[in-house]
Design a protein around this ligand. Structure first.
Ligand code: CA
Length: 504
């Protein structure tokens, strides 16, 4: 009898709390810079913070924790592959963006350098696919443990004709608009998002036929689809993972009519007005999803992680203003190993655990999402085919003062992303440990050393003042690159591979 009463109590307690495991949403923006919002991520507001309107990012930060030292890789596919595999880009060796076309190296031609042997077809959930890296993805592990997994928006993990191009193969039960493409052919439903009869476009956005010919901007259509996809798991009380990966705010810059006028009225040039409206459309999507969770009464059991996949584009044109100034006080932008290319706006809301309106200064990187999300889902002792480089940031979520200055972060870009070199763009590696950052220039073998606590803009090279620090960081960086067999370019004139940083 006692056992029966216990059992009945247990059943009633389970039905009162039918779902204990939290829902998890990663809200991933494409190409958004660290300063492209009204929420300041530096220790003081900047003129850029005055330009943008992102009230929902402000709201999320009030309800959660803002990370001021969050990092990703300098461009799309390396970051997205790091997130899904938990591996550093120098380790998975998908160091540049993947072409929608298989076996196509997106590196620009260079007079000095022969291309590095990087994994040009991207990430693969299946072994033995040529020029890919085989890995177990965390959405697959979530799905296996009972999560309802949804991908909405940009995928861009691999080239067409390989398994990694298909979100269903990467562990997602639902896929809306994700494929090999790295940007939308068009943001406009009037253009059918680039699906033009007789004009096959590898970047035409799939799956959104019902919006064709309407005035639904792509960001809005994806938000509506995400909300629709969330209905089933919420109704069935099944924990869900939503990978809300917006195409915004990547090129091509197209005006979101809902928001553009106020930026014209504020006197921005046409490109920057369009860019600011893309940002505000993305922010509205965040707000709509937060409102929906609240309406469905699942907001208190849903963790939201806001992130961008690389730094803001700072080539001008296509951006307005002076080149490489758009991420000030950070140096450079997308494609660069300087802070402007890799430091990201990141916010985490975890109701009941993360203290609202807190700020974490501990640095972390996008491969950390893998072990963190699995820990948030309560999944332990999982098996992966790859070795995970990321570390869980749950200890930071539980204590915003958490500090580990011995943590090492690495960036490796042995590729030619733009035709013309920019600051930290094309053939660079970098390492951060504590306050120190070392930048290695493969073209000339030179190192630069910065103290990020005093010099976030990387303006004062301290190499000659701290030779021991240079030696130490150079050795750690080189040991990692050697261990991972990281791709390196070679010099055309000698045929020799670029030396590891500590060989000089
Ligand atoms: Ca990107």
């Amino acid at each position: 009898m006692k056992n029966l009463i216990f059992l009945l109590l247990l059943i009633s307690s389970l039905s009162a709390h039918p779902q204990k495991r939290p829902n998890i949403i990663v809200f991933l923006v494409d190409d958004m810079g660290w300063q492209d919002c009204s929420l300041p991520f530096w220790d003081k507001p900047t003129p850029q913070n005055q330009i943008y309107h992102t009230p929902n990012m402000e709201r999320l930060a009030k309800e959660g924790m803002k990370f001021t030292n969050a990092y990703a890789a300098p461009v799309c596919t390396p970051s997205r592959s790091s997130m899904l595999s938990g591996m550093n880009a120098a380790h998975h060796r998908i160091t540049n963006w993947t072409s929608p076309y298989k076996n196509t190296n997106t590196d620009n031609k260079d007079e000095q350098m022969e291309a590095a042997p990087w994994m040009i077809n991207g990430l693969s959930p299946v072994p033995d696919i040529e020029k890919t890296t085989y890995a177990t993805t965390f959405p697959e592990l979530l799905r296996e443990s009972g999560y309802y997994t949804i991908h909405v928006g940009k995928g861009h993990w691999a080239s067409r004709g390989t398994p990694g191009a298909n979100p269903h193969q990467m562990g997602f039960m639902v896929n809306i608009a994700g494929h090999a493409g790295g940007h939308p052919q068009s943001y406009l439903a009037e253009d059918n998002y680039g699906n033009i009869t007789g004009k096959a476009q590898p970047q035409a956005v799939p799956d959104l036929e019902e919006y064709f010919g309407t005035d639904t901007f792509l960001t809005e259509a994806l938000t509506k689809e995400a909300i629709r996809a969330l209905d089933a798991p919420i109704r069935n009380k099944q924990p869900f993972y939503l990978n809300m990966a917006h195409y915004a705010v990547h090129l091509p810059y197209m005006a979101d009519k809902r928001f553009i006028q106020k930026y014209f009225d504020a006197g921005l040039d046409s490109t920057e007005a369009i860019y600011a409206a893309l940002i505000e459309g993305m922010d509205k999507s965040l707000g709509d999803i937060m409102d929906f969770l609240k309406k469905k009464k699942v907001d208190k059991n849903t963790i939201i992680i806001f992130m961008s996949d690389n730094g803001g584009l700072s080539l001008a044109p296509p951006r307005g203003g002076k080149p490489q100034t758009q991420n000030f006080p950070l140096k450079a932008g997308k494609g660069s190993v300087y802070e402007g290319g890799i430091r990201e706006p990141m916010i985490v809301k975890w109701p009941g655990v993360v203290k609202p309106n807190t700020v974490a200064k501990q640095y972390l990187i996008i491969e950390d999402f893998f072990p963190t999300i699995l820990q948030l889902a309560g999944i332990k002792n999982y098996k992966t085919v790859q070795t995970i480089d990321g570390r869980s940031f749950v200890p930071i979520l539980k204590n915003s003062d958490y500090t580990d200055t011995s943590r090492v972060l690495i960036w490796h870009f042995p590729n030619k992303w733009t035709g013309k070199d920019g600051p930290g763009i094309n053939y660079f590696s970098a390492i951060r440990m504590g306050r120190w950052k070392l930048v290695y220039d493969m073209r000339n073998g030179k190192n630069e050393l910065y103290d990020l606590t005093k010099d976030i803009g990387e303006t004062e090279n301290l190499v000659s003042q701290y030779p021991q620090k240079v030696k130490q960081l150079s050795k750690i960086l080189s040991d990692s690159l050697r261990k991972w067999k990281s791709p390196m370019p070679s010099f055309k004139n000698s045929g020799k591979q670029v030396p590891w940083p500590d060989e000089l």
